[in-house]
Design a protein around this ligand. Structure first.
Ligand SMILES: Cc1cc2nc3c(=O)[nH]c(=O)nc-3n(C[C@H](O)[C@H](O)[C@H](O)COP(=O)(O)O)c2cc1C
Length: 198
């Protein structure tokens, strides 16, 4: 009997302690701030991305919606620092420990949009997990425009797919401030137009 009472007290205490945690996790503001305040990181430390986090990020990519659910992508995860250094936009210095390349079938605009959505889903997941990220198209262009097919072969990208976008994931290098050095956004009212009924 004493054990049951002790167990009940323990459970009540645990539930009481969990209330603020649950309340916090149902608060959308932290997630929404990733969308409105998240900034591109240009510099990364050499610290690796946790395997389980990487899996979660990739799940977000795999589960992205696509036009007529075609899921036209292959997702290539590159952790080879030499390859990352070779493919990262030469005008940028985003050499993160992980580079994810999304390749889609043909150059149909729907599939390019699908690639963008998959990259954005993974970016949001990575940022939600506390990682620094940067989207780049230059590495994808380098792979896609390599008509010798050497890059595609090296990365195992099927012949019917073309690389469209890259996502760098890592830990922010604290010496660079991604917020104050971020690009400005256009004024809300100059971008958003409402069409209302009478
Ligand atoms: C679709 C897309 C393609 C991009 N391609 C490149 C690229 O090839 N090279 C590069 O250095 N940055 C690239 N960027 C990064 C953008 O320049 C950066 O996200 C933008 O300036 C906003 O920066 P902020 O988030 O710091 O304000 C790309 C971003 C997006 C969303």
């Amino acid at each position: 009997m004493k054990r049951i009472i002790a167990c009940l007290i323990f459970c009540c205490l645990l539930s009481f302690l969990m209330i603020p945690v649950l309340a916090e996790s149902s608060d959308p503001s932290a997630f929404l701030s990733i969308l409105t305040e998240g900034k591109t990181n240009w510099y990364f430390t050499g610290d690796p991305v946790n395997d389980s986090d990487l899996h979660t990020i990739l799940e977000a990519g795999v589960n992205t919606a696509s036009a007529i659910n075609e899921q036209p992508w292959v997702i290539t995860v590159i952790t080879d620092s030499e390859i990352i250094a070779q493919l990262a936009d030469t005008t940028s210095s985003a050499k993160a420990p992980v580079m994810i390349l999304v390749s889609v079938t043909s150059s149909n605009e729907m599939k390019i949009l699908d690639a963008g959505l998959a990259v954005q889903s993974m970016q949001i997941a990575a940022r939600a997990l506390g990682y620094a990220t940067k989207i780049e198209t230059a590495p994808a262009r380098a792979v896609r425009n390599d008509h010798s097919g050497e890059w595609a072969a090296k990365l195992g990208i099927p012949a019917d797919k073309a690389a469209r976008a890259a996502l760098f994931i890592g830990h922010a290098d604290g010496t660079a401030d991604a917020v104050t050095s971020a690009s400005a956004r256009n004024d809300f009212d100059s971008v958003v137009h409402f069409v209302t009924g009478k």
